[in-house]
Design a protein around this ligand. Structure first.
Ligand SMILES: [Ca+2]
Length: 200
């Protein structure tokens, strides 16, 4: 996996790219059908947490790891929905011909797409809080979800706070299991962002 050397894409560009690829359930220009992403599932009681709690919890679980954020209120994610959504990303990527390409569409871009479309599904359901889906940067020294570890590599993945606990997700539609509890995730997490804006 290539190292993360360049800045993340501007979100607007990613949105435009996803729209062009039909990843919101539209058809592409040559009429390839893209399945609709699963509708957002509200966790019972619709629990939300303020950003201060999110940051404090991150610092408790991942001491010393920098956290950035863009919103003030966050929503716990349904684990059942997350599993459906992960399956959908594999189907959608295949249908839309979205595949790994070094740098131009690699781990950070898969992560952005995963985060943005999930967030859009919450918005479509009327959720007035940002889903607790963070993009994380890790030192990929151990193989996870078929993405090989290296001694020096950096990798971008997704961290999610669900109604069944904290999970790490490989956003690329790689083979093998793409989700694991944070407690058994093998690589060191270097940074977490719930949005690129840091108001501090
Ligand atoms: Ca990239």
């Amino acid at each position: 996996m290539k190292s993360l050397r360049s800045p993340l894409f501007p979100l607007a560009l990613v949105f435009a790219g996803m729209l062009a690829l039909g990843l919101w359930g539209c058809a592409t220009a040559d009429s390839v059908a893209i399945p609709r992403a699963p509708a957002w599932v509200q966790v019972d009681g619709a629990p939300t947490v303020p950003v201060a709690t999110v940051v404090a919890e991150c610092q408790r679980v991942l001491p010393g790891v920098p956290v950035t954020y863009a919103d003030g209120t966050y929503a716990i994610v349904s684990h059942a929905w997350l599993e459906d959504y992960i399956r959908w990303t594999s189907k959608a990527a295949f249908a839309a011909d979205v595949a790994y390409t070094a740098e131009s569409w690699d781990c950070d871009d898969f992560g952005l797409g995963f985060y943005l479309i999930a967030t859009r599904k919450a918005a479509q359901a009327g959720v007035k809080a940002a889903p607790l889906i963070g993009r994380i940067t890790v030192a990929q020294t151990s193989t996870f979800a078929t993405v090989r570890g290296t001694s020096t590599g950096r990798h971008a993945l997704i961290g999610v706070a669900t109604d069944r606990g904290l999970f790490i997700v490989e956003p690329q539609p790689a083979g093998g299991l793409r989700i694991a509890p944070l407690a058994v995730y093998p690589n060191r997490i270097l940074a977490v962002t719930f949005g690129d804006y840091n108001p501090r």
